[in-house]
Design a protein. Structure first.
Length: 585
């Protein structure tokens, strides 16, 4: 490459070169320590769920008068790819999927447009339709999940303790959404005695109407007192079983106590809503998310410290079990990369020192930390965190950073041996190799362009692979460690190395949640007998909480249950899968 010679300029400005090298190394160290840590890169899920209930309607009526009207209206959405619906008697669920080419920044405005469209036709839906309800929060990841079990406590008491824990967890720095899983709502049941009602000459409808009138919240007027206006409110709302037992009802100008005609008891919603179980015990889950772009490792440490304080305050009988711990997974991934980095540096040092000598080998070995320091600095500036894809890109780049550095140093050594001075040898190497190195860098970067600029969810997910490889390759060019075309991939997405096994149970659609729970208890006996399983959690009537981003979330259905089975390691995971398939087939 003729014209400007970078090597000649560097030798003429050695102090400046050393200065910038030190600046980048220091900046790279600080950037590495402060980069966000995540398991997976964030990507936008372009699916929304619209749900509407119409109690008492048949499947045909629900399809014709609710589902079809919603789907036809949504056809007007420009970014719509397709809709998919699941309709049962009295309920419809419509999946709205945007085109893959929809940019991430345009997804939220599209969801707002969907809401407006559906609300426009709300008046056209039959009377009695509940909703529609919208859910577009599929991207929320709950990296930490705890299961709370109770021995000798009522479900209500356990829920109160978990609610207190939730309040404390929300104070942890960078804590995001914190939700309860499997908590059951309380209800007060009135069990009427038909014999007593008949003896009093009443009917149940009259009593219910009187109760509704008593419990109604209506304005009772205003008293003008000088300069002030005082609102008048008549109490009478039901707040407990005792208030119901003491209530006097008026029916046909007759007064009587509700307890004379009905048995009043406190219980839980029946049939129950989605249930949560841990290792065969009924439990309440606490799913904890983190704010975007935060350091997951630091958040995990802060959360662990807070949970230790929480455990000290809980009463005897409340058990706390760790179900999912994403910071540990991320820490293992980061430590694995660090180990690979030091191993690579050690190998390069050994090979370089043996083949090139001490001084030349040191120059080659120096290229790796320098390139990584520059890469980490630019990653911090661009907001790219350390996660599965960016770490993979760095490991890919590590295997490609050394060849050209060794070529350049070997050529310099050869020129020095034939009598050239340092400046002449360096300028000759630059003139001879700069253009081939630049060409190799551009060709390598071009190989990742389709990944970086793909207009799809996969492209958004893998963008950091392209970005980090480009940064590493470009930085390596100026450090005389330019990548070459030596990477040949065997698969686009490798199999997950996580220890979890997902187990789905689908009963006939007419099955109740109690029937599903009974089947779950039978499956749990099988899980308890497997020595390769560490622990498991079962989500009955719903899919598992999204504990890592690529998990395919499932709809809530009474006939469905999903288990997250954590094995004792990746080595035994396949054996557990084979046994479960054999036993459950």
């Amino acid at each position: 490459m003729k014209g400007f010679n970078l090597s000649d300029w560097a030798l003429s400005h050695r102090s400046m070169v050393w200065y910038f090298m030190l600046v980048f190394v220091v900046a790279g160290i600080f950037s590495y320590l402060n980069l966000g840590r995540e398991e997976d890169p964030a990507f936008t899920i372009k699916t929304m769920i619209i749900q509407a209930n119409w109690p008492g309607a048949s499947v045909k009526e629900t399809v014709q008068q609710v589902t079809d009207r919603i789907e036809k209206k949504l056809e007007e959405l420009d970014s719509l790819d397709y809709t998919k619906s699941v309709t049962t008697a009295g309920q419809t669920v419509v999946f709205v999927n945007l085109k893959d080419t929809t940019k991430a920044r345009d997804v939220v405005p599209n969801w707002l447009q969907v809401r407006n469209m559906v609300n426009d036709i709300k008046a056209q839906l039959p009377q009695g339709v509940q909703g529609p309800f919208f859910n577009d929060r599929f991207g929320d990841v709950y990296g930490n999940i705890y299961a709370f079990t109770a021995d000798g406590l009522t479900p209500r008491q356990l829920r109160d303790y978990v609610e207190d824990v939730r309040t404390k967890i929300l104070t942890v720095p960078n804590a995001g959404k914190v939700d309860l899983v499997g908590a059951q709502d309380e209800a007060i049941y009135l069990e009427f005695s038909t014999r007593q009602i008949a003896a009093l000459g009443l009917n149940q409808q009259q009593i219910v109407a009187s109760l509704q009138a008593q419990n109604a919240i209506t304005p009772s007027g205003v008293i003008q007192s000088g300069p002030e206006r005082i609102s008048v409110r008549v109490g009478g709302q039901f707040t407990s079983e005792e208030s119901l037992r003491a209530i006097n009802l008026r029916v046909n100008d007759r007064f009587f106590r509700l307890s004379d005609v009905a048995t009043i008891r406190r219980g839980y919603v029946d049939p129950p809503t989605a249930l949560f179980r841990f290792n065969g015990q009924d439990a309440i889950g606490l799913a904890i998310g983190m704010k975007p772009n935060a350091n997951l490792l630091k958040f995990g440490e802060a959360l662990h410290e807070e949970m230790q304080k929480v455990l000290a305050d809980l009463p005897v009988g409340v058990g706390v079990h760790l179900v999912a711990d994403q910071p540990v997974i991320v820490e293992e991934a980061v430590s694995g990369f660090t180990r690979a980095l030091f191993e690579a540096v050690a190998i390069v040092l050994a090979v370089s020192f043996i083949s090139l000598g001490l001084r030349a080998g040191f120059v080659v070995a120096l290229s790796i930390p320098l390139v990584l320091a520059i890469t980490f600095t630019v990653m911090a500036y661009l907001g790219i965190s350390l996660q599965r894809i960016s770490l993979g890109a760095l490991i890919i780049a590590l295997g490609l950073l050394v060849d050209d550095a060794m070529i350049a140093v070997e050529m310099m050594v050869a020129r020095l041996e034939v009598g050239d001075n340092l400046r002449k040898a360096a300028t000759f190497v630059y003139t001879s190799t700069a253009f081939p190195m630049l060409t190799g860098t551009v060709v390598t970067i071009a190989g990742f362009v389709p990944v970086g600029f793909a207009k799809s969810g996969a492209g958004e997910y893998c963008f950091s692979l392209f970005a980090v490889v480009v940064l590493s390759a470009t930085a390596g060019l100026f450090a005389l460690a330019v990548v070459a075309m030596g990477f040949v991939g065997q698969e686009f997405f490798p199999k997950s190395d996580r220890p979890e096994v997902m187990l789905d149970l689908t009963l006939p659609r007419t099955a109740s949640i109690k029937a599903t729970d009974a089947v779950v208890e039978r499956v749990e006996k099988l899980l308890a007998s497997d020595p390769g399983i560490d622990h498991w959690s079962f989500y009955v009537g719903q899919g598992a909480v999204r504990f890592y981003l690529p998990l395919d979330a499932q709809l809530a259905n009474d006939f469905f249950a999903q288990a997250v089975v954590v094995t004792k390691g990746h080595a035994v995971r396949q054996a557990v899968i084979d046994r479960l398939e054999r036993e459950l087939s």
